[in-house]
Design a protein. Structure first.
Lengths: 116, 113
């Protein structure tokens, strides 16, 4: 069973369109994340949610709207797509221990978004 | 600001030992992770250091010096399958109390026969 699964794997679309990427984790984790990896392979945090509540929002344009219907799902909706949005988007999850415990993040396989 | 530096690319031969360095300057520090990412795949966890010193895990070891803002990942007995990118990530929870990872740009390691 895949621990963190995201769909679709590939997404090709025109500028100006609206698209969504879905993410689900079956690890029972409380926290989920969205990352963007650009063409230079730089992996940058966009959002994190803990138990459906927004924790991190890293100055991402408001065209990007995450939604967490429950703690096992974190979807990403992108409005009015731009050329610069082309990247690989990774979803991840972790169990956050506030006692300083090891919180490993587990990543999904990524969604390669190409905006034409 | 947050700054994490790694060499862009390294090459080594099968059976050799390679050390990948990472230096960091971050506003906070709650630990340092190393992840491995094969081309076109997800990053996967390799190691974690929160205290100074060496953590050994089979062929892979990771070292941390918090006073120097420095870590390295040591890979021994290199195999062809070790060809991948290695990402250094600092955990900086800030004032949220929840985990936030700041990644370096990654080091692409090429292992040749």
């Amino acid at each position: 069973d895949t621990a963190v699964s995201q769909t679709p794997k590939y997404l090709v679309t025109q500028m100006g369109n609206d698209k969504s990427i879905k993410c689900e984790q079956n690890l029972g984790h409380d926290t989920m994340y969205w990352y963007k990896q650009d063409s230079k392979k730089f992996l940058k945090i966009m959002f994190s949610y803990n138990n459906k509540e927004l924790i991190i929002n890293e100055t991402v344009p408001n065209r990007f709207s995450p939604k967490s219907p429950d703690k096992a799902h974190l979807n990403l909706h992108i409005n009015s797509l731009e050329l610069g949005d082309s990247a690989v988007y990774f979803c991840a999850s972790s169990q956050d221990f506030n006692d300083g415990g090891l919180n490993i993040q587990y990543f999904g396989a990524g969604t390669r978004l190409s905006v034409l | 600001g947050q700054n994490i530096d790694q060499p862009t690319e390294m090459t080594a031969t099968e059976g050799a030992i390679v050390q990948i360095n990472c230096t960091y300057q971050t506003s906070g520090f709650n630990g340092l992770f190393w992840y491995q990412q094969h081309a076109g795949e997800a990053p996967t966890f390799l190691s974690y250091n929160v205290l100074d010193g060496l953590e050994e895990k089979g062929r892979f070891s990771s070292f941390l010096s918090r006073s120097k803002g420095y870590s390295y990942l040591l890979l021994k007995e290199l195999q062809m399958k070790d060809s991948a990118s290695y990402l250094c990530a600092v955990r900086d929870d800030g004032n949220t109390g929840f985990q936030k990872l700041v990644f370096g740009t990654g080091t692409r390691l090429l292992v040749s026969p």
